[in-house]
Design a protein around this ligand. Structure first.
Ligand SMILES: *Cc1c(COP(=O)(O)O)cnc(C)c1O
Length: 382
């Protein structure tokens, strides 16, 4: 088998006018943050989510940090994060001096379990940061019911997977006081490295603009609200280059087409995998009633880790590159170091050992999907 035949886990693609827009950005001379393409992207995302303001950042991680600054998270505070998530959902707050509590996931959506969340809450909890895993809404009703008892805790949605997903018709990313997006090359809409902070409470907008722009009121100056700008507050250099915003705009204006392609891949997998799942006791992803998913990934849960590991190795040997996912944060070195209290998250631990993600990208062909599922079945018969 040649390297060319390998079906990689992710293949980033140009989907529309990205190259033309990057050229326009370079020719136009405004390649720093808040340029013409950034304004187009922010307007598109505000329209899609209903946010009061959308600030484009260098990454989702940076947006999570900015949300933490706006919430004044610091030493003495506790932040609750899912145990089964990417490192930076937690790191963004640990580095600000907060300690972490790890919330177990519920086995259906692999999002935060509201029952466990309720046991983790007290007056020290400054923020709760759920993830919509795989672009499927977590139990937002349950989580909001718990938070209703704790008005001091801010809801920050890490929506790195779920742009254009909805919950009972309402966009993911519009439920928290803040929400974050990622445009990393592994996500649905890409510009290499990039992210966004959605600000859903108009009362946060003015301060957010200052923290975003190196602690200055430069944005107010450009909007004609003040006649000179100066240093006002904390902050950092959060802004995404307009060159990357140009690439991102080329992607986002094709969002219907991109989501359509991803839905087709997802549905094809679901159909092809069903008989294999029956044969070997695999579980397919659940999309609850009321959730419209964002088609970020296709994962399978195996009956045990040994079978999952056999599939990983066997598919790899057949030129198909599936992958596992998060190692539970509470069991990592840094996760233990930043923990407020030692946590137990049995579902997260169990799922982490049994989950496998199939290759998933916009232009994965029907023939490639056949090969992926063929390799899956063959490796289980090894
Ligand atoms: C990808 C991802 C991030 C980090 O995104 P960056 O843009 O790479 O900083 C954070 N949280 C989740 C859930 C992610 O999947």
């Amino acid at each position: 088998m040649t390297a060319q035949d390998t079906i990689r886990f992710n293949v980033p693609a140009i989907e529309g006018r990205e190259l033309e827009y990057v050229r326009t950005a370079l020719d136009g001379g405004h390649t720093s943050a808040s340029g013409p393409f950034s304004k187009k992207v922010s307007a598109l995302l505000a329209e899609a989510s209903g946010a009061s303001e959308v600030l484009l950042t260098t990454s989702c991680t940076a947006a999570l940090e900015l949300a933490g600054m706006l919430t004044d998270i610091g030493p003495g505070d506790v932040v609750v994060v899912p145990d089964f998530t990417f490192t930076t959902t937690a790191l963004a707050y640990a580095r600000a001096g907060a300690t972490l509590r790890y919330c177990d996931i519920e086995p259906r959506t692999l999002g935060m379990d509201p029952e466990h969340l309720a046991t983790l809450m007290d007056e020290r909890v400054k923020a709760v940061v759920p993830v919509h895993y795989a672009g499927v809404a977590c139990d937002l009703d349950g989580i909001r019911k718990v938070l209703a008892q704790w008005p001091g805790a801010t809801l920050i949605e890490d929506n790195a997977h779920g742009l254009f997903g909805t919950w009972h018709g309402q966009p993911l990313g519009s439920f928290g006081r803040f929400a974050t997006l990622s445009f990393h090359e592994t996500k649905n809409f890409i510009c290499g490295e990039g992210g966004a902070l959605l600000i859903n409470d108009p009362a946060d907008v003015d301060r957010a603009r200052v923290l975003f722009d190196k602690g200055t009121n430069r944005q107010a100056f450009f909007l004609g609200q003040v006649d000179k700008y100066s240093w006002k507050d904390t902050g950092s250099s959060f802004g995404l280059s307009d060159t990357l915003a140009a690439q991102l705009y080329g992607q986002l204006e094709m969002h219907d087409q991109i989501l359509g392609k991803r839905a087709a891949v997802w549905n094809r997998y679901a159909e092809l995998v069903a008989p294999v799942a029956d044969e070997f006791g695999l579980t397919l992803p659940v999309v609850p009633e009321g959730a419209r998913q964002a088609f970020h990934m296709f994962y399978l849960l195996f009956p045990d880790q040994a079978l999952r590991d056999r599939a990983l190795a066997g598919m790899g040997a057949r030129g198909v590159k599936p992958t596992f996912h998060y190692v539970p944060l509470h069991s990592s070195d840094a996760g233990r170091r930043f923990a407020d209290v030692p946590g137990e998250c049995p579902v997260s631990e169990d799922v982490s050992g049994r989950l496998l993600r199939l290759p998933f990208f916009n232009n994965l062909t029907a023939e490639q999907a056949d090969r992926v599922v063929g390799a899956l079945r063959a490796s289980l018969l090894d």
